[in-house]
Design a protein around this ligand. Sequence first.
Ligand SMILES: [Zn+2]
Length: 448
Amino acid sequence: MDIEIATIGGYEEVGRQMTAVRAGDDIVIFDMGLNLSKVLIHDNIQTEGMHSLDLIDMGAIPDDRVMSDLEGDVQAIVPTHGHLDHIGAISKLGHRYDAPVVATPFTCELVEEEVDDEQKFGFDNEIIRMDAGETMSIGDSGQVELEFVNVTHSIIQAINPVLHTPEGAVVYGLDKRMDHTPVIGDPIDMDRFREIGREGNGVLCYIEDCTNANKKGRTPSENVAREHLRDTLYSMEDYDGGIVATTFASHIARVTSLVEFAREIGREPILLGRSMEKYSGTAKRMGVDFPSDVDMVGYRRSIDQTLERIMNDGKENFLPVVTGHQGEPRALLTRMARGETPYQLDNGDKVLFSARVIPEPTNEGQRYQSEKLLGMQGARVYSDIHVSGHLCQEGHYEMLDALQPQHIIPAHQDLKGFSGYVDLASNQGYTLGRDIHVTTNGNIIQLV
Ligand SMILES: [Zn+2]
């Protein structure tokens, strides 16, 4: 059976991920994402009303025109998790394919919210919920099967999809870290990866998340970030002024930890900001392991009213968890830093960034400005209370050992980012150009 891999997006950047695998007559698409930095660099672009070709030209969504060179029928669009760089282009490109979206329930909810907001294109693809550990058959050959293996990442219900073919398995490894003690959900299913590496024809190809491939060592568990957060907040237990925290709104486990520890130090947590309300509201509605009694407010006017109430009742009784961890100019924390909200920061008030700066000049500049403005109001900044959601080098070695793939395609980075991965795979006996395929966007690699 012919096996081809089309590397469509996310092979020259972190963002707009999209890969297609053809097995015989059947094609499965993994991820269809947005490169948010290409959107945010322009001051006020609303992507909802934009045409896909304009977004392709901006580099914001994958250029999927290479799909016409793949001979077969698309049978499924499979986003691995709910981050926008993996689902954010489904609303723009999904309708071009006569295929269902297949994903875990939380990811499906987020996809549904994305396509509901879309103004330019109609979307009536079926959305199929499938849990980690489950499989579905692909196409009519009876020889191709899709399996979801549970992985751990900075958003809940992340999976790595595996396409089983007669030539071996194609394992799509985006995005994960190896967490044996995650705060929500099950540990990464390494047993299953080891089995897949050894059963049948083994692993034909592994497509790997190289985000942190240049970083030595091992990515710590979410539990480490949780303890760091607990330690930091407990040190503030006797402080009788304002404490404000910010983190990735989609990071449900982290938000949950913030909510719990706020209460343990005698403060009422309130989630503020549009994306805080979106992701936490979805988790709460779905009955995910998420505190059901926490207030969340999304609209600007209601947010300002809530902040006014916090000031009147005494800000020492609350812990607002807000948007703006990257210093985004329109996010709530940045507005607070500029003194544009009713919340007054006083000398000595604490601001916790439970996030790292995404290493990209726009973010770095905006975050710098936000921290400076907070400091000018007397706030004390606690940064980097965080662990990454992506494997570092030791995790990559472990994955290679578990899967023993015949071919490797590094992804989710640019050429510079791939270099660390090529080095470590070379240490394990792989050779660049023979079985490590470093590539760019818009190529097709014929494996069989
Ligand atoms: Zn991700």
